[in-house]
Design a protein around this ligand. Structure first.
Ligand SMILES: CC(C)(COP(=O)(O)OP(=O)(O)OC[C@H]1O[C@@H](n2cnc3c(N)ncnc32)[C@H](O)[C@@H]1OP(=O)(O)O)[C@@H](O)C(=O)NCCC(=O)NCCS
Length: 236
């Protein structure tokens, strides 16, 4: 794909690979001159996809392919209802060190345990993705209490860029600093791998998550929009 299509350029290839291996689909589009101008990644289990393009025509084409779905795109389409998500970024090298941990954070490679936790807490996630992600080098940082996972964060790392996602803390363990500890553990890990940039997307309405990001020193660097494609047979 040409560079400059998306903020997520550095990790798109990785995302396509994981999506396909987890049973999803990926399509690219090209114009009449043969220039690639769009990419669409879609997971049928999650009924969720992402359209990477700067072209409205390309967006409309892919958007129309999958009814009744959640579709992310950095392209803002004025007339479609949408939820705004901010893209947050942290300069890993500038993050202060010297954090005092209250919880033990570890990297978890146990596919079964992670599948079960994801199914219980984030059931919309394609279960096949967990094994695929670990095989492709994604890292999963967990906090356990009484040997059970209570907080989790996934991290994709490609070159000098990391993307966090799937952050979750069990409701009864929130506001205890678990995710703050989890983030600090990820930062130590990223510094050791000379990764300089950490990004993650957060819905503008998710107060807990964006407060956590802001408090950690993350800055908003872009936006991505979440659209819902109409059901089959709904007049456009
Ligand atoms: C977002 C989430 C992961 C935070 O985890 P957590 O372990 O409770 O967060 P922490 O206790 O480490 O909080 C760190 C800081 O974040 C901010 N914060 C966390 N929850 C907050 C809330 N509900 N309201 C306002 N600020 C909040 C605070 O600044 C907090 O520091 P403080 O408690 O000293 O004031 C958790 O609320 C969660 O799992 N939410 C549901 C899933 C979710 O939204 N995931 C993020 C998707 S992008």
């Amino acid at each position: 794909m040409p560079k400059g299509l998306s903020f997520f350029d550095p990790i798109i290839r990785h995302e396509v690979k994981e999506a396909l291996e987890a049973g999803g689909e990926a399509y690219f589009s090209q114009n009449s001159e043969g220039t690639k101008n769009g990419l669409f990644i879609y997971d049928g289990y999650e009924a969720t996809g992402t359209i990477f393009t700067k072209s409205r025509e390309v967006f409309d084409h892919f958007y129309g392919l999958k009814p009744s779905s959640y579709i992310f795109s950095e392209l803002e389409v004025a007339e479609l209802p949408k939820e705004v998500w901010n893209i947050w970024q942290l300069d890993v090298d500038k993050a202060p060190s010297g954090h005092r941990f209250k919880h033990f954070v570890s990297m978890d490679y146990n596919v079964r345990e992670l599948e079960q936790f994801m199914a219980a807490t984030q059931p919309e996630t394609n279960r096949r993705w967990v094994g695929v992600a670990l095989t492709n080098g994604d890292r999963c940082f967990v906090v356990k209490i009484a040997d059970r996972i209570v907080g989790i964060a996934w991290m994709t790392i490609v070159g000098g860029v990391a993307r966090s996602h799937g952050l979750y803390v069990e409701p009864q363990f929130r506001r205890l600093g678990i995710m703050r500890d989890n983030l600090q553990a990820r930062l130590i890990y990223l510094k050791s791998r000379h990764v300089h940039t950490l990004i993650n997307e957060i819905a503008e309405s998710n107060v807990a998550s964006y407060s956590h990001a802001a408090r950690a020193g993350e800055k908003i660097v872009g936006k991505i929009f979440l659209y819902t494609s109409p059901d089959h047979g709904t007049p456009s």
